[in-house]
Write a protein that binds this ligand. Sequence first.
Ligand code: PBG
Length: 342
Amino acid sequence: MDLTHRPRRLRRDGLRDLVSETQLQASDLIAPMFVDATTDEREPIESMPGHERVPVSEAIPRVEEIQATGVESVILFGIPGSKDSRGTRAWAEDGVVQRALRRITDETDVFAITDVCLCEYTDHGHCGVLDDGARERWEGAQTDGGVATNEREASLTVDNDETLELLGKIAESHAAAGAEMVAPSSATDGMVGAIRETLDETGHTDVPIMSYAAKYESAFYGPFRDAADGAPAFGDRRHYQMDPANADEALREVDLDVEQGADVLMVKPALPYLDVVQRVGERTDQPVAAYNVSGEYAMLQAAAEKGWLDIDAVAHESLLSIKRAGADLILTYFAEDVAESL
Ligand code: PBG
């Protein structure tokens, strides 16, 4: 054969690594962890094998396990002891995330990020304050079992602007408890600006914001909603989270968050949205994060349990692909396993 170009020449061991375009490092990874005020013991999360909800008393051991794998950053999610319509436990000084954070930042040097949202804290499970119509429908549904008749009206739930103030309070309370970065995920218009303003006014000018800028209304969050008990009790999130059909819109979201002072821009989920990760990376010169979400983790674990996939190989390949698409940091439930294998 008279072949001038033989790409295989570069694929041989020894040379392969020299020409490798993408490197995955433990320092790229952020491990999610769940702190739970409703339990005294570690509780396995069924749909996310290998993950647990831990009480505050286990927060340090959990962080130490994560750090032992080489992962140096965590993002904290809280399951509060009680919920109400405004999610007040989300900004309580003695809230579950705040208590865990104080311990973690006192006793470890892990980089502690917090998710800033209301869905785990509201009794209705939405990521903000209900608007008047939704509140009436929700209260009515609880007393007489009635449901809204007009579906289009029923799809509107959260009052955007009333939610902003609460997000500021949550971010401030996290920063006061030691959060080193806050990550608002409520898909509220103006959330980055509102949080930046509150943090600056309260002396937390050095706490960066990692915005869930392009956050899709995705069915891949299912296992997380079981884990964090944050599924909406009625309706869905279609009027605040993004339509999976759209990518140009993600760029508009990113531009708005940059204008409002976001430090890191996140795309979520990751694998089904790698085109968006790539476009966001091309759009901004700020760091881009991608969230390899619970459903992406659960489906690979389920296939591996059946013996259909090699979990270590597909986890590594998944994260490598997310990086190749342009993510600088990756939030992933595979963080520990992959970091250990690097
Ligand atoms: C909102 C939040 C969610 C996730 C991260 N932050 C749930 C949602 O938007 O419904 C999902 C993460 C995952 O699926 O792993 N607090």
